[in-house]
Design a protein around this ligand. Structure first.
Ligand code: FMN
Length: 396
């Protein structure tokens, strides 16, 4: 509907805030501790400028590329996120939107919809795994994803279980029983549109994680799975190489911030990495992912695909990341806000905003394709880049 259309991601965020119960909205904002990293993820993009040409714009600019073997119509992929129960159609709506706009999607281990339904809505699904349970349990989940038709695996190993937030964390209920509904009622009644969306389905938000269980079963409750995850020893590089061999197909390690880790990921046989700090939800004080990108892309970009996620709110942010060496970016909050604002069409709207912004920036820069973007299209202030995990020269 025309009145639902929004022209920036910031407006989608405002609508999400207006439409969602307070605790649901704050679970989308997430972040950790003091919020240093989440703020820097966005602020760092503002420090980068453009060096546009005045004459020489090219018609028919090509935004397409490939990621992990999938053709995508713009260099933007849906990053896996675990709270899409903000909308009754959740990940299925997001998958449809991504398919309608010609792109791929990462599906979280903590998603609210079974992978089989999500792949039916969009065949370009990368299943995201956390290191949870023993190798046998992980192998079973990988096998289920393969059977379902996932075309790639994303492994996220950067989580630190850091929970405190200076502004207070939302209470995620263990289950949507009468007690929880009564507790949330005042907030939910203040958000009738959201309440009606779920009311129509006659089902409360799904707080189970179906992809942690067997196909066709509801899966464990969120906190049971989370508890098991907390009790699982963190993976080693050998575990990553084992999983990569087990999967055998396109494989991304998400959360790389250091050059030495990027090189180890190459040695472990990955096909892609995402330079990422988990959207600032994790180890607070980690710099913005865009600051760490260029040295990593320089070190390993010739061997594997380098993506970036964290802080993307505009098409021009995508262009900045690609100019600094990313093949594509992944987005998190931007599409979650679109989903909360107006479901599938809200996610399509966000992808259209990004497409329009990428196209405008290419036009201004006189580039005919995203693959032609170079660092000299940008104005990069001194001290912008953070070279994490570079071997220091002797006597430096
Ligand atoms: C609410 C929320 C839930 C997330 N859940 C997951 C998850 O289940 N798995 C994962 O790999 N990353 C998860 N992420 C991180 C995103 O995939 C991505 O790295 C991050 O959102 C990018 O930053 P942005 O939100 O600024 O775009 C989550 C992020 C948010 C905001």
């Amino acid at each position: 509907m025309a009145d639902q259309w929004f022209e920036t991601v910031a407006i989608a965020q405002q609508r999400a805030k207006r439409r969602l119960p307070k605790s649901v909205y704050s679970s989308l904002i997430s972040a950790s501790e003091k919020g240093i990293t989440v703020a820097d993820n966005v602020a760092a993009f503002s420090e980068l400028g453009f060096a546009p040409h005045v004459v020489g714009a090219v018609d028919n600019r090509d935004l397409s590329t490939t990621v992990m073997g999938q053709d995508i119509s713009l260099p933007v992929v849906i990053s896996p996120t675990g709270v899409q129960a903000v909308d009754p159609e959740g990940e299925v709506a997001v998958a449809r939107a991504a398919a309608a706009r010609g792109t791929a999607m990462g599906l979280s281990s903590f998603a609210s919809k079974p992978i089989e339904e999500v792949v039916a809505a969009n065949p370009k699904i990368f299943f995201q795994l956390y290191w949870l349970g023993d190798r046998d349990a992980i192998a079973q989940r990988v096998e289920r994803a393969r059977q379902a038709g996932a075309v790639g695996l994303i492994v996220t190993t950067d989580w630190t279980f850091s929970h405190g937030r200076d502004w207070g964390s939302p209470k995620i209920p263990e289950q949507m029983n009468l007690r929880t509904i009564t507790r949330l009622a005042p907030e939910a009644i203040a958000r009738p549109r959201w309440l009606w969306k779920f009311g129509k389905t006659l089902r409360p938000p799904n707080l189970r994680v179906p992809n942690q269980g067997q196909r066709g079963e509801p899966g464990p409750r969120f906190f049971a799975a989370y508890g098991e995850w907390m009790g699982t020893p963190a993976p080693t590089w050998d575990d990553i190489a084992w999983l990569r061999d087990l999967w055998g197909g396109p494989f991304m390690l998400k959360g790389v911030m250091r050059v030495d880790d990027a090189k180890r990921a190459v040695d472990a046989g990955v096909s892609a990495i995402s330079v990422s700090n988990h959207g600032g939800n994790n180890l607070d004080g980690t710099p913005a992912s865009i600051r760490a990108l260029a040295p990593i892309a320089e070190a390993v970009g010739g061997q594997i695909e380098v993506l970036l996620d964290g802080g993307i709110r505009r098409g021009s942010d995508v262009v900045k990341a690609v100019a600094l060496g990313a093949r594509a970016v992944m987005i998190g909050r931007a599409y979650l806000w679109g989903l909360a604002a107006s479901g599938q069409s809200g996610v399509e709207n966000v992808l259209d905003i990004l497409r329009g912004g990428i196209d405008s920036a290419l036009m201004g820069l006189g580039r005919s394709a995203v693959g032609d973007l170079r660092p000299d299209d940008l104005l990069i202030p001194g001290g912008f880049t953070r070279e994490l995990g570079m071997v220091q020269p002797r006597n430096a």
